[in-house]
Design a protein around this ligand. Structure first.
Ligand code: AMP
Ligand code: ZN
Length: 447
C-alpha cells in the first residue's frame, strides 16, 4: 500500500489511482544551461515514485516537459526570457541553445539510470494549443488584455489562494508601491506576452495580429491537457513551484476546462551545498561533469540523493558524497559475496519495500539495506526499485582472475609471502582485492 504526501491536502494519504493507468506529469527543466545537481534531485526522486508505483502493480503514463520558451528570469512577468539570456551569453540562436541543452539534459538523465518518460514534450511544439487555451480562457471570462499581454484575472477564480494558502491581501498591499501597470490584482499573471516594437525576442508567434509568446505556466496546463487529459493522478515539482507556477497551472486549467488539474501533488525540497543556497555568486553550482572530474559517478550522486528523504532539507558536501560512494561500493561487494557463497535473505527486503511505500522513505529503506541479509534476488529488487545499477556494475569475475586468487591462496598456504604479495598487487591492478577471513579469502571490488 503506497502512501504519499499530498501538497493539495497537506496530508500523507493512501494512493488511489483515478483509472487503470496512473497519469503523471513532471515539470521539467528550462533548457538554457546545464542542469546543476540541485535541479537533478527532483528527477531522481520522481524516478523512485515511478518505480514504486510499478512495484505496486500500477501501470504508469508519464509526461515530462522541456521549457524552451517563456520562462522569465524571475517567476513573475518581468525580466528577460531565460532562453534569450542563454542565447546572448553564448552567441547562439535561441533554437541552438534549446537543442544543445535538451541534449545535455537527456544525457544527464540517462546517466542517472532514470526511467524514460512516455512523452518528452517540448513547450514550443504546443504553441497552437497554447493559443487555443488562451482563447478558451478569454471566452470563459478569466482574462483581460493589457499593453503587455493577456493576463489571468485571479479574482475570477475563487480558489486561487487555496493550493498554496496564499495571503492575497498581503500580496496586494506589498505590491502596491510598484503596482503601476495595468494589472487588476497583484497576483494576476501573463498567459500570453506581447513583444513590444524593438524588443528582442527571437521566438515569436502571431496572435491577435501581434507577435508574442506564451507565459511560462501555460505550457504545463496545455501539455497535460493534450498528452494526458486532466485531472491527472500525480503532478510533481520542486517546492518553489507551489506559490506561483503550480498555483497558476491550476488556475489556468480551471479556466480552460472547469476541471481540477491533479489529484495528488508531490514537491521535493531544495538541497543546500556546504550549508548555503546554490547560486552563481557563491560559485557552488556543480554539474554531473564537475562531480565526474572529482571522481564521482552519476550513481554515486544518485546514492547520495536517495540517502535522504525528498521532503527533507539536504546539505550536500563532498564528504557526504564520499560516504555515499563508499556505501555503494559496500553494497556492490555484498553482491560479490553472493557470487561466492549462498547468501540467504532474511526477509528484510519486505521492510525496504515498506519504507518506500511510506511516502518514498528512501532514507529509511537504505538504513534497512545496510543492516539486512539480502540474497542475489533481493539485490535485483533493490536495483529495480532504486535504479542504482548495482548488479550491472558488479559483474562476477572471470576464470583468469579466479586462478590468480587461487594461486595467491596457495602461495600464502605455502608461506611464500613474496609471491602472495606480488599476486595481490596484480589483482589490485585489476581492481580486485582479497579479504582474508576465518573461512578463507573473499574477493571484493576496490572501486
Ligand atoms: P531553474 O532552472 O534554476 O529555475 O531550476 C529549475 C528547477 O530546479 C527549480 O524550479 C527547482 O524546482 C529546482 N531546483 C533549483 N535549485 C534547486 C536546489 N538547490 N535543490 C533542489 N531543487 C532545485
Ligand atoms: Zn509546470
Amino acid at each position: 500500500m503506497l502512501k504519499l504526501h499530498n501538497t493539495a491536502t497537506n496530508k500523507t494519504e493512501q494512493f488511489k489511482p483515478l483509472s487503470d493507468v496512473v497519469k503523471i506529469y513532471t515539470c521539467g527543466p528550462t533548457v538554457y544551461s546545464y542542469a546543476h545537481i540541485g535541479n537533478l534531485t527532483a528527477y531522481i526522486y520522481w524516478d523512485l515514485l515511478i518505480r514504486s508505483l510499478r512495484m505496486n502493480g500500477f501501470k504508469v503514463k508519464r509526461v515530462l516537459n522541456m521549457t524552451d520558451v517563456g520562462h522569465l528570469v524571475s517567476d513573475g512577468d518581468e525580466g528577460e526570457d531565460k532562453l534569450e539570456k542563454g542565447a546572448r551569453r553564448e552567441g547562439k540562436t535561441v533554437w541552438e541553445v534549446a537543442d544543445y541543452y535538451i541534449d545535455a539534459f537527456i544525457k544527464d538523465y540517462n546517466s542517472l539510470e532514470l526511467i524514460k518518460p512516455d512523452v518528452l514534450a517540448r513547450a514550443t511544439d504546443y504553441i497552437e494549443a497554447d493559443i487555443k487555451a488562451v482563447d478558451l480562457m478569454a471566452e470563459h471570462g478569466f482574462t483581460y488584455e493589457t499593453q503587455d499581454g493577456i493576463y489571468f484575472d485571479t479574482a475570477k477564480f475563487a480558489d486561487y489562494a487555496k493550493f498554496a494558502n496564499l495571503d492575497l491581501a498581503g500580496l496586494q498591499a506589498g505590491a502596491r508601491v510598484e503596482f503601476s501597470n495595468e494589472k487588476h490584482n497583484a497576483s494576476d499573471f501573463a498567459v500570453w506576452k506581447f513583444i513590444k516594437p524593438g524588443e528582442k525576442h527571437a521566438m515569436r508567434w502571431d496572435y491577435l495580429g501581434k507577435p508574442g509568446y506564451p507565459g511560462w505556466h501555460l505550457e504545463c496546463s496545455v501539455i497535460i491537457d493534450a498528452e494526458l487529459g486532466g485531472p491527472i493522478d500525480i503532478h510533481t515539482g520542486g517546492i518553489d513551484h507551489i506559490p506561483v507556477h503550480h498555483t497558476n497551472e491550476i488556475a489556468e486549467y480551471h479556466a480552460m476546462t472547469g476541471r481540477e488539474l491533479s489529484k495528488y501533488w508531490l514537491h521535493c525540497n531544495f538541497i543546500m551545498i556546504d550549508g548555503k543556497k546554490i547560486s552563481k555568486s557563491l560559485g557552488n553550482i556543480y554539474t554531473l561533469s564537475d562531480l565526474a572530474e572529482r571522481g564521482f559517478s552519476p550513481m554515486d550522486y544518485k546514492m547520495w540523493v536517495l540517502s535522504g528523504h525528498y521532503q527533507g532539507t539536504r546539505n550536500f558536501t563532498f564528504e557526504s558524497l564520499e560516504g555515499a560512494k563508499a556505501r555503494r561500493l559496500a553494497w556492490r561487494n555484498r553482491i560479490a559475496e553472493c557470487y561466492q557463497k549462498e547468501v540467504k535473505g532474511d526477509n528484510s527486503i519486505d521492510k525496504v519495500l515498506d519504507a518506500v511505500n511510506n511516502n518514498l522513505n528512501s532514507a529509511e529503506a537504505f538504513a534497512v539495506i545496510d543492516g539486512a541479509a539480502l540474497s542475489l534476488d533481493d539485490w535485483k529488487k533493490v536495483d529495480e526499485l532504486f535504479g542504482l545499477r548495482l548488479i550491472e556494475d558488479t559483474p562476477d569475475i572471470d576464470d583468469s582472475l579466479r586462478e590468480l586468487i587461487d594461486e595467491r591462496q596457495k602461495a600464502r598456504d605455502a608461506h611464500d609471502f613474496a609471491r602472495a604479495d606480488k599476486l595481490r598487487d596484480l589483482l589490485a591492478e585489476k581492481g580486485i582485492t582479497v579479504r582474508d577471513t576465518a573461512d578463507g579469502g573473499v574477493w571484493e571490488y576496490l572501486y
